[in-house]
Design a protein around this ligand. Sequence first.
Ligand code: ATP
Length: 237
Amino acid sequence: MTRPMLEAESVSVAYGKVEAVRGISLTVEPGRLVTVLGANGAGKTTLLNALMGVLPARGAIRFEGRDLTRLPVEARVAQGLSLIPERRELFSTMTVEDNLKLGAFRFRGTGGGGDIGEMYRLFPRLAERRRQHAGTLSGGERQMLAMARALMGRPRLLMLDEPSLGLAPLIVAEVMRTVARLRDEGVAILLVEQNARAALQIADHGYVLDGGTVVLEGDSRTLQTDARVVETYLGVL
Ligand code: ATP
């Protein structure tokens, strides 16, 4: 078996007395696309923030065997982790191209970082819009820019928080195809989604959260036909 790239072991996170994530264990292997599904409030965003170091967590978080649990966000970024939050957090009054340049900020002065030409190859729409302010982009284009900007930091594990949120179905399909392509190009992906149908179509493996714990886990094909998943997360879509 391949050694996991990311390993979370019994991770718990509390907001005061309320435990939002309770003893979650998961792994992401190199080059794999793993999805975390669950309804509103299941604990998905809290889990991602704990893995990235935005929130303190109990338990253990390891990346390529190294313990990250107590490391700050910057140190985790330096190890190769990247998180695209639900809000996407672009600089609206800056151009698409300047947003991309900022994505390579941690390599400033070293000549490292992603290549803007490479991003335009992966995301042709961004090339057409390179001089436009990010604030003028459509929802789908903003998500593409958020992904391209994250890639400029050359992450080895990309975590995405609900990239489908607020997008029309056709655009969701396009965003998901892009996420799958990034996996095919070698970036390991942890994809948090409420849109279970879209996520399971591209994922290799999935975890279902409810009430802050993992209630179901399996390869995506098994999850797509699991009666509980179909009834709770796929049936209504
Ligand atoms: P969503 O899809 O709405 O983002 P989620 O699965 O990501 O849902 P979380 O946002 O992680 O869920 O929330 C998990 C639980 O923690 C919820 O009950 C939520 O109300 C609670 N919670 C989230 N953020 C805070 C906070 N800052 N303070 C207190 N409780 C919080």
